[in-house]
Design a protein around this ligand. Structure first.
Ligand code: G4P
Length: 289
């Protein structure tokens, strides 16, 4: 196994987010949690269940254009079986978002809508809170849904923005929240998956160790992607795979050694930009109960 110093978050951010969620929860009818379809478990904030209490919740599996379709179908079944309203989308292109408002009204907030219909007030505004980890696509989602550029797309994980209400058609309003961070990782494999997808800034990480871990994950979940793109054997440890990849790509330094840093940067860039294909890094059956 590859080794790497552990990844940690800064607890101050989480304290701020926790306070914001708690103080705004009474203002909304439901919470939409945006997840990364490539890591539908690791991109969930472990505190969300406790924080949002009994509010109706929707899980939006975003970046589904980059995730394996059959894995996404498994995750949708998995979360539906836990009682969530679940939708998959690609907020970059807008694919899948036509189903969003119907899923709010006929799924997540159906009981509320039924009660309002009985009282003859179904036209009253529905208010939603949008939450998710940094870089998961919250701004892209809000921009698409509101058809405007009101929410700034910000690619630096950890950057907070001021709160804003965004009016949509159909009496739906959304509260844009800053990215939700974690107090600490109990599980480093979760932290690494977040780093693979770019939710953690690379400049605080050991890029070669990270790439070695990614290669181990890909060798387990998507060996064909490695064979197809890099024409390498997928047996062995992460660092061996990284050297193999660098050698295949001719990334050598004097003396014939492989420039593993270059190989690591190439792999992470190519994975993040989808050049390795549609890949999901975890499956529901692998998760602890
Ligand atoms: P955030 O508010 O949650 O932090 O995320 P944001 O919307 O800023 O999105 C982060 C990055 O992810 C952006 O890329 C955005 O375009 C991309 N993105 C969001 N949703 C999707 C999706 O469904 N599919 C794909 N493939 N990408 C998505 P960026 O590199 O920062 O900017 P750019 O590529 O748009 O220039």
């Amino acid at each position: 196994m590859a080794e790497m110093a552990s990844i940690q978050w800064f607890p101050g951010h989480m304290t701020k987010t926790r306070r914001m969620i708690q103080s705004n929860l009474s203002l909304v009818d439901g919470v939409v949690e945006i997840l990364d379809a490539r890591i539908p478990m690791s991109s969930r904030n472990p505190e969300m269940d406790r924080l949002v209490k009994n509010k109706p919740r929707m899980l939006l599996l975003n970046k589904s254009d980059m995730a394996d379709d059959s894995a996404t179908a498994k995750w949708i079944d998995f979360y539906k079986s836990k009682g969530f309203t679940v939708l998959k989308a690609d907020c970059k292109s807008g694919n899948g978002l036509k189903a969003f408002l119907p899923a709010v009204k006929n799924g997540m907030l159906k009981e509320l809508m039924d009660r309002r219909r009985e009282k003859g007030i179904e036209g009253a505004p529905l208010r939603l809170m949008i939450v998710g980890i940094p870089n998961v696509g919250k701004s892209s989602f809000i921009n698409r849904m509101s058809k405007s550029k009101k929410a700034k797309v910000e690619d630096r994980p950890g950057v907070t923005r001021t709160k804003q209400w965004i009016k949509l058609g159909d009496n739906v309003e959304m509260l844009d929240m800053p990215g939700v961070l974690w107090p600490k990782f109990e599980d480093q494999s979760v932290a690494r998956k977040l780093a693979f997808t770019g939710a953690v800034k690379d400049d605080i990480l050991d890029i070669e160790a990270l790439a070695a871990f990614l290669l181990e994950n890909l060798a387990q979940h998507s060996p064909k992607a490695l064979v197809d793109r890099y024409k390498i054997e997928t047996d062995g440890e992460g660092f061996e795979l990284l050297e193999r990849l660098g050698r295949k790509r001719g990334m050598l330094v004097s003396g014939g050694e492989v420039n593993t840093e270059r190989a690591a940067i190439t792999l992470l860039d190519e994975f993040r930009s989808g050049k390795l294909g549609k890949i999901t890094l975890e499956l529901p059956e692998e998760e602890k109960p």
